[in-house]
Design a protein around this ligand. Structure first.
Ligand code: LR7
Ligand code: MN
Length: 563
């Protein structure tokens, strides 16, 4: 009897251990097949635009496995002669495969019009459900001299990996490519229309043209060298259907520009930027990451990469489409992102939607006005219209932008007023608090007046004294002008009362303290709130504030830079 009981306990123990192992195995499964947070060797930063608008490549540590999958094949191209289309334009022997497209054309051509790719989603995505009555979308793809094989793979992946009833049409906009045949031939594919520009417009105006021609109520934008992955479309349409003010992007997987391997991108990234308006992928803030217990949840993002997103057409039009005075490439993703957030919408990345994109290191096409000038013009327009007083940090980070032409922004400012949008400060506080306001370059100055210098005697007493420049300037005469503060280390120049004649002294800096806020007014230093100016009358006593008379010697301060 005892033996039977012992055996029963043994069996139960073994079953329990096996059950536990099975459970753990189930939960860790995605680490070998997708990009869940449990797989440590993730691609952290998958391609980044540099300040010149080029792409910098990162290491791609993921091993790719090709799992052949039966997909809807055959019929999607109708009478379109795929073989003739691809074979008539292949790389000739001895030609540089990178020359025309900045990726390995030979490898792309070798893959043909379609291939199986790994389903890179978290395994839990597969059990998501969607409304049966999702609305269809118009897919908009603009291209300028795209390789035939990448363009056809983009189109075919859409047609084979999307529920057919969700694809209303694919609108290609040929942005004046050298060969008009691409556009003409591709129009033979069922559901595909192609509009050809009569001159080079750039991707921004081309997208607006495509969007205006779209007949579905939801717009989906794609680059011309993508491959969409399993069930990529439903999660995005679902989110937009639930709330038309959402603008959603997939996780953008990496297609290697060298061997066209399809690589899973990290699911922990969102779009960010620095003050020069240089886009970068960045880690989700740690608090948000900790709070994410469901890997299928959307990720709020301050900006989108720009090329691949889904947006309600009515909302796109209501918000002013794009700034059509932006040319060729670049900057439109910031303009759209600021506008969406500041004018009542939101941006998110949906981890259960995956689209591959060929990231390149250089632009394979020409910029009629030059690459740098175009990027500056476009980003300057975004900064001037949307960044309010914070545009000063853009100019500080990109000094070459100053003085460069950017055209009239009157219509965009009018749009911003009409839409009654929030301020950029609101955006920084509510959407992107992680973007730190730069400490402006620390400039040490003497504040000189007729050969005398403003000096601190003790912590709170000030006066004028002979300027001491040798052997070195004492700390008591060095001032840092970081608008709106006039600082000496962590002490700030502050008024003691808001009335004329009040003393000025030093006190611990506090960014919220209005008594410490100054601005230059000609040679004078004006207290911002009282409107009174720093005055050294009487010359021996502590400085005071007085009615501004900037021509008067006692109010004339000459900052002299020292290091
Ligand atoms: O004059 C042009 N006319 C065009 O139609 C120049 C380009 N294009 C087309 C081009 O064929 C392609 O389909 O526009 C699309 C984007 O150009 P790419 O692929 O040369 O640029 P990219 O991949 O570096 O572009 C990213 O940034 C752009 C900024 O203007 C756009 O927002 C792109 O859509 C965007 N691509 C993505 O977001 C995919 C992920 C890359 C990242 C990060
Ligand atoms: Mn691209």
């Amino acid at each position: 009897m005892r033996r039977i009981r012992a055996n029963a306990i043994l069996i139960l123990t073994v079953a329990w251990i096996l059950g536990t192992f099975y459970y753990l195995w189930q939960d860790s499964k995605p680490s070998s097949s997708s990009s869940s947070s449990s797989s440590g060797s993730q691609l952290k930063n998958h391609g980044q635009k540099s300040s010149s608008g080029r792409l910098e490549e990162r290491t791609l540590p993921l091993i790719v496995t090709h799992v052949p999958k039966v997909e809807q094949q055959g019929q999607v191209l109708g009478l379109f002669d795929e073989k003739a289309f691809l074979s008539s334009k292949q790389l000739k022997a001895g030609e540089d495969p990178y020359r025309d497209h900045a990726f390995n054309l030979q490898e792309s051509d070798r893959l043909g019009s379609e291939r199986a790719i790994r389903d890179t989603r978290h395994y839990r995505c597969a059990s998501m459900t969607f409304d049966p009555d999702l609305p269809p979308t118009s897919i908009i793809i603009t291209f300028h001299n795209e390789a035939r094989s990448t363009l056809l793979r983009t189109i075919k992946s859409v047609l084979t990996r999307s529920p057919p009833h969700l694809i209303q049409e694919i609108i290609l906009v040929d942005d004046f490519s050298s060969d008009p045949e691409d556009c003409r031939l591709l129009s033979q594919i069922p559901k595909v229309r192609c509009l050809r520009n009569e001159r080079r417009e750039g991707l921004i105006r081309s997208r607006v043209r495509g969007a205006s021609a779209a007949s579905a109520s939801i717009l989906t934008f794609l680059d011309s060298h993508c491959e969409v992955n399993t069930d990529w479309l439903q999660p995005m349409i679902q989110r937009v259907k639930e709330d038309h003010t959402r603008v959603v992007s997939p996780i953008i997987d990496v297609i290697s520009l060298d061997n066209f391997a399809y690589l899973a991108a990290s699911a922990d990234l969102r779009g960010g930027f620095d003050w020069s308006l240089h886009f970068k992928w960045e880690q989700i803030p740690i608090e948000q990451k900790m709070a994410r217990n469901d890997p299928t949840q959307p990720i709020r993002t301050p900006v989108i990469a720009g090329g691949i997103f889904v947006m309600d057409k009515g909302w796109f039009n209501h918000l002013g489409q794009y700034d059509t005075h932006m040319d060729i490439w670049g900057g439109e993703n910031f303009e759209l992102s600021f506008r969406v957030w500041m004018c009542g919408g939101s941006l998110e990345i949906l981890p259960c939607s995956r689209v591959g994109h060929v990231f390149r290191k250089r632009h394979p096409y020409e910029f009629p006005e030059g690459n740098a000038l175009t990027y500056i013009k476009n980003t300057r327009r975004a900064a001037e219209v949307w960044m309010d007083e914070y545009k000063q940090y853009y100019y500080a980070a990109r000094p070459s932008a100053q003085g460069k032409a950017f055209g009239s922004i009157a219509d965009r400012l009018a749009l911003r007023r009409k839409l009654n949008c929030n301020s950029f400060r609101w955006y920084l506080e509510n959407v992107y608090p992680e973007l730190k306001i730069p400490e402006q370059e620390v400039v040490y100055s003497l504040l000189k007046q007729d050969g005398l210098c403003l000096e601190s005697h003790s912590t709170d007493s000030l006066g004028l004294a002979e300027c001491k420049t040798t052997p070195s300037i004492p700390a008591s005469q060095k001032w840092t002008l970081i608008e709106p503060q006039i600082r000496q280390h962590d002490q700030c120049l502050a008024i003691t009362a808001f009335t004329a004649g009040s003393k000025v002294r030093l006190e611990p800096c506090n960014a919220k303290e209005s008594r410490q806020k100054w601005k230059p007014r000609g040679p004078a230093l004006q207290h911002m709130i009282s409107g009174l100016c720093l005055d050294s009358q009487p010359p021996s006593g502590p400085p005071v504030i007085a009615q501004c008379r900037p021509q008067v010697a006692s109010q004339s301060w000459e900052p002299q830079l020292v290091t």
